[in-house]
Write a protein that binds this ligand. Structure first.
Ligand SMILES: Nc1ncnc2c1ncn2[C@@H]1O[C@H](COP(=O)(O)OP(=O)(O)OP(=O)(O)O)[C@@H](O)[C@H]1O
Ligand SMILES: [Mg+2]
Length: 573
């Protein structure tokens, strides 16, 4: 083996660059973060050939004094921290004093900067270290040319121009989302690709996402102790096939974190189909002491001091916001500043007399008897209004204060039942003994499943026993399910139980069983409902958490305002 000897400085930086500068987008990210740390209000990004030929970033931040220009490019030199205490408390995006040195070791770099009040700017060329006077109105311009010109092995890993550009653009989007008060312009090959004016967070989100996201986004705003969560989370109607619309920021820094990702998944677990990915832009803020940002070379991972508490907080805040009933209208970013959906109680709904119509609805469900017409209290119209008619046995049409409401009858009822069954399970579900027990022909496997899972079935509210080698007898079912066709319901449940075996987590099993039950228990399409029955269903939707989506994540209702109707008929133009 050759003798041990210290590495040359350039080589040390090039090794570090291997971690810090993975591709042009990493350069864009580092330079943007520096501009933000310098207090920039306006940032312009110019890219050529996917950022490989050139990345030029101009800001109007504080600037760098002439004598510090060489230090800005030196390794382990930073203006952002000076002690371990500072590191543990770091609020700036940079802190290592490493980014510019790494970039300068694998590209041709120059910095031009002018301090506020200085008579002119200075420019430093990284390769030679030469400093000369230069012209610049203020702030800092950093030019990075010919990335990896001196490390051909790395250059080979670069993808095609449009791919590298797409990564650069994504880096800009992430940073822009977290800094709505800063104006951004991004150009590629001389063409403008992003033009974002400074403004409110809601405006920035609506500038960077499509209208559909805006329509489905729920505002999030929750505070607990030193933790604050804000932003937007889309209802499942805007779920995606890929996890490409997921933005989580911790203290203004885009991160991918397992604790946070898990909390989000859990919050969506009940309303989102397993294969779909939720869309969200969330900002978690906490005391810098509570989070270690120094765990990953690109700083995209963090470690929470109290991961469990953070997990619980994010999970509950999100789950509550997603479950908050019936407020499509006030959700869209851009149309309103974020409203405190999480903390907002809905006093308007709580004053409604939902109890009596609900009882009526279940009377109807049990005996088919028509319930009394529900009455709203104190002259306030209920959010979903009153039923006008049933359309083709599938949809309920209702009139509310804003216009028309369309409800998918089966989906809505299914959701209500699911939530109801879930709540009931925590206590003991109300059981309805059958006057005439129902006998079902069953296979050997089905009978075996019924016996193996007798405890589970009992807990769900079923009384079920083998009545011979090929028959099961059902003596009682949960009260909420008396509308169901009992043989179909029982067979579907047994099929679920057989399928699970012992492999699945109990909670997951339980929810799937409840979903099966709700689906079979819900009023079928093409069943004619009377107006009082429809009204009872509307009142029940208002009283149910997460009633806006069915168990499969489809919406259960949709509003059509008078404005929208007027537009259809070109009224008032
Ligand atoms: N756009 C800018 N405006 C003003 N000062 C800047 C700018 N870019 C860099 N600097 C100065 O140069 C120093 C070095 O920047 P560099 O990005 O290498 O390190 P850092 O930001 O301190 O830490 P990190 O390596 O974590 O990014 C910074 O600490 C800052 O003082
Ligand atoms: Mg930096």
């Amino acid at each position: 083996m050759p003798a041990i000897q210290p590495l040359a400085d350039l080589l040390i930086s090039q090794i570090a660059a291997g971690e810090v500068v993975e591709r042009p987008a990493s350069v864009v990210k580092e330079l943007l973060e520096n501009s933000l740390d310098a207090g920039a209000r306006t940032i312009t990004v110019q890219l050529a050939e996917g950022g490989v030929r050139q990345i030029r970033i101009a800001d109007d931040g504080s600037g760098i004094p002439r004598e510090e220009l060489p230090l800005a490019l030196a390794r382990h030199a930073t203006s952002k921290i000076a002690s371990l205490e500072d590191l543990e408390n770091v609020a700036s995006l940079g802190f290592r004093g490493e980014a510019l040195a790494s970039i300068a070791s694998v590209a041709r770099v120059s910095i031009t900067s002018r301090l506020r009040g200085a008579p002119h700017a200075w420019r430093i060329d990284a390769a030679s270290g030469a400093i000369a006077p230069a012209a610049l109105g203020g702030g800092t311009v950093i030019e990075v040319d010919d990335l990896y010109f001196n490390t051909p092995a790395r250059r080979k890993f670069l993808k095609r121009e449009h791919t590298e550009f797409a990564h650069c653009e994504e880096a800009c989007r992430r940073i822009a989302l977290a800094h709505p008060a800063v104006a951004f312009q991004v150009q590629h090959n001389g063409r403008s690709v992003l033009h974002l004016a400074a403004g409110e967070a809601a405006r920035r989100v609506s500038d960077l996402f499509d209208e559909e996201f805006a329509a489905q986004a729920r505002p999030i705003e929750a505070v607990a102790g030193s933790l604050r969560l804000s932003g937007y989370a889309a209802l499942p109607a805007y779920s995606r096939a890929r996890g490409d619309a997921q933005y989580f920021f911790v203290n203004g820094r885009f991160v991918r974190d397992k604790v946070l990702a898990h909390a989000v998944r859990e919050a969506y677990a009940d309303i989102l189909h397993g294969q779909r990915h939720p869309a969200y832009v969330l900002f978690l803020e906490l005391d810098p002491h509570g989070v270690d940002v120094n765990v990953h070379p690109a700083k995209t991972e963090v470690r929470f001091r109290e991961g469990q508490a953070v997990h619980q907080f994010v999970f509950h805040a999100l789950q509550r916001a997603l479950a908050a009933p019936l407020s499509h209208a006030d959700a869209a970013p851009g149309t309103q500043t974020p409203s405190p959906a999480v903390t907002a109680a809905q006093p308007f709904q709580q004053t409604l007399a939902v109890e009596q119509p609900l009882a009526a609805y279940f009377d109807f469900a049990r005996q088919g008897a028509p319930p009394a017409m529900p009455e709203a209290q104190a002259g306030e119209a209920p959010p979903l209004g009153f039923a006008l008619a049933q359309l083709h046995g599938v949809y309920i049409l209702a009139q509310n204060a804003a216009g028309l409401v369309l409800v998918d009858m089966h989906a809505a009822h299914e959701r209500i039942l699911y939530e109801k069954l879930k709540t009931a399970l925590d206590a003991r579900p109300a059981v309805q003994p059958l006057l005439v027990p129902v006998v079902i022909s069953a296979s050997g496997e089905e009978i075996a499943a019924a016996e193996a899972h007798a405890g589970t079935l009992d807990r769900l509210g079923f009384e079920l026993a083998a009545a011979g080698p090929h028959e099961l007898v059902v003596r009682a079912v949960p009260q909420a399910l008396t509308l169901a066709r009992i043989p179909d319901l029982v067979r579907a449940l047994l099929a679920d139980l057989e399928k699970f075996g012992a492999s699945r987590a109990a909670a997951e099993q339980r929810n799937e069983l409840l979903a099966t039950m709700a689906c079979h228990g819900a009023v079928r399409a093409h069943r004619t409902l009377s107006l009082p029955e429809m009204n009872a269903l509307l009142r029940q939707m208002e009283a149910t958490e997460r009633a806006d989506q069915c168990n499969h994540g489809r919406p259960t209702w949709t509003p059509l305002s008078m404005d929208e109707l007027d537009r259809l008929f070109l009224r008032g133009r």
